[in-house]
Design a protein around this ligand. Sequence first.
Ligand SMILES: [Zn+2]
Length: 342
Amino acid sequence: MKIRGAWRLQKALAQLNQRGIILMYHRVLDLDFDPRQLCVSPKNFEAHMKVIKKYGRPVRVKDMGENLKQRSLGCKEVAITFDDGYEDNFLNAWPILERYNIPATFFISTGTIQSRKEFWWNDLERAILAPQALSEIFKAEIRGTKYSWNILKEGPCRKINYSQTPQGVPENSATLTRGQFYSVILRILSGLNKLAREEALQKIVAWSGQSLALRLDSIAMTAEQVVTLSKSRLFEIGAHTIDHPMLSCLPPEEQEEEILNNKRDLESMTGSQITSFSYPHGDYNDDIIKLVSRLGFKNACTVDEVSVTRGMNPLLLPRFMVMNWTGEQFESKLKQWLRGDI
Ligand SMILES: [Zn+2]
């Protein structure tokens, strides 16, 4: 009896500990200028994959979602995700994932796919964060609101300090660092529809005085590349809206257009049903979750940094952002996350 009781306790504890984690990557590339810290070098990415093979059981988001539904979330399941659809995912991450036989989910914003252009937030980054010098006064009218801020005189911003990001929109005549200015403008532009955003972006680029030459290492994937990824048994293609807006700032009909058209584009490209979604900017509310469910998604990822545990809503799957860490640094993070110790 005693032994049986101990075994039951052990089993209950093991079940309590059953947890998976989802990792969020954006880019796999050596890039000198990366103030948002979205790039992981191919060397470090390969080291991360070795660590995952050692400690985890890699799955796709849709498999993790299905396991959650079946109440069979396996111990140490690790889902690797990529947001946005940068070409470097295809060129640099794919060969490494194939080499280590590691599944992954690619969430693609289709508005820039096939255009051979950079994503709009890259242009904003280059206009605001990269220049040696910027005018110290920013004045612009964006969708009927007049903004006027002083911009701190400083050189290029090489690393945004997110802990300094203002909560809302600062009052006119406030003084902002480059990083603060970028974060505020990104938030304002993310809440606009495509037309209004393009118009505002043009004004900001003109104000910065920069002529933005296309960086070929920073463009979006082509449709053919997305199709090639989708044909691999290892990979899942997921949706990430057309133009990557802050969904909660758009009226319901525009939210639906952004999500549904993206899903349809990806389904017609790949010939497969798209059932996983990632909320752009990690922005969601109850109505958006309902909409995502109504449009046929089974799983959706946030950017809330905790582990996935049994009983979680598959439309609110949390993820950990991965940075350009060495293998050792990543190993210590992964072990911590798998223990649920964050
Ligand atoms: Zn994104």
